[in-house]
Design a protein around this ligand. Structure first.
Ligand code: ZN
Length: 309
């Protein structure tokens, strides 16, 4: 009997598109970005409908695995949320904004679980809100789905060693602080500015300069990530694959080309594969109308199986 073995999975819900986008966030983030990725993947036959998994929304108790009770109470007010997200106007009845974060966090939870249990790459078409701390949201991140996903994963799978590889243009400061004294979670981040200094044995934070070019960026990655993986021996990698280091990004100031972005992504996947470690990928940032294409190309390459990953 023939059993179909997917090369990986996509995690997506139509709910990702609702809620937030209608409120007009004041940034150059393309709200249709992940819908475009999903549509293109299906249209070109890169993924089949059964390779797209629909998450359940996360609940308040999931959020409380990471965030303080008092802060969660504040977030029940849509206007507090609106301030973190720089929204122009939010009515006290806009509960669909927090629901957006519940769905995307549900997607992150499902991505980690599926990657580990099926031992294949899983791509959440969203997620990576890495700035949020237990009692404070910042930088468009009211909640930290990366950390919630990890804590939820541990309820089912125990204290597996988890490596967060955060290659978003911005520092994964919230995640690093949350796991600062947890030696079963190592956070690795290459970024422009350090938002918070985290001095611990469980993180590596590296700053790169404005207009960082392909070679500088890839050398920084190649000269550090393999050693981190060898020393830490992760059992699951959570990769925040932000598109904002790209030269055309409307927010970031690095100069990475299309080729370097792909090389970066495939290097992370190859390092994990070499060590037989599954990877859950979260989208992270990426701004401008063409940003969706970076994530789309990365997924296409992995799902087609022609990238040696
Ligand atoms: Zn970013």
């Amino acid at each position: 009997m023939f059993f179909f073995q997917p090369r990986g999975y996509i995690v997506y819900s139509y709910e990702y598109f609702l809620g937030l986008c209608e409120k007009g966030p004041r940034s150059t983030f393309d709200c249709a970005k992940f819908r475009k990725v999903r549509t293109a993947l299906l249209k070109e036959g890169i993924v089949r409908p059964r390779e797209i998994l629909e998450p359940e929304p996360a609940c308040w108790n999931d959020f409380l695995l990471v965030h303080d009770v008092a802060y969660m109470e504040e977030l029940k007010d849509p206007q507090t949320l609106g301030k973190i997200l720089f929204l122009d106007y939010v009515s006290p009845f806009d509960t669909d904004i927090i629901e957006f974060f519940m769905w995307v966090t549900g997607g992150t939870i499902l991505s980690l679980k599926t990657a580990y249990e099926k031992q294949v790459p899983v791509f959440n078409l969203g997620g990576g809100f890495h700035h949020a701390k237990p009692g404070k949201g910042e930088g468009f991140c009211p909640i930290n789905d990366v950390a919630i996903g990890i804590r939820k994963f541990r309820q089912a799978h125990g204290d597996k060693r988890i490596l967060v590889v955060d290659l978003d243009y911005h520092q994964g400061n919230g995640t690093a602080l949350i796991f600062e004294i947890d030696n079963t979670c190592f956070t690795y981040s290459l970024h422009r500015d350090t938002w918070d200094n985290v001095e611990s044995d469980t993180n590596l934070d590296m700053e790169l300069p404005d207009h960082c070019d392909d070679l500088t960026y890839l050398n920084a990655l190649r000269s550090t990530l393999p050693q981190v993986m060898d020393a830490f021996r992760p059992e699951l990698v959570v990769y925040v694959a932000g598109g904002d280091p790209h030269i055309n990004d409307t927010l970031g100031t690095f100069d990475l080309t299309d080729d370097a972005m792909m090389e970066r992504d495939l290097f992370v996947m190859a390092q994990a594969k070499e060590r037989k470690c599954p990877v859950a990928v979260l989208a992270g940032g990426g701004y401008g109308q063409k940003s969706w294409k970076l994530y789309y190309r990365f997924i296409k390459c992995v799902m087609r199986g022609k990238c040696n990953v």
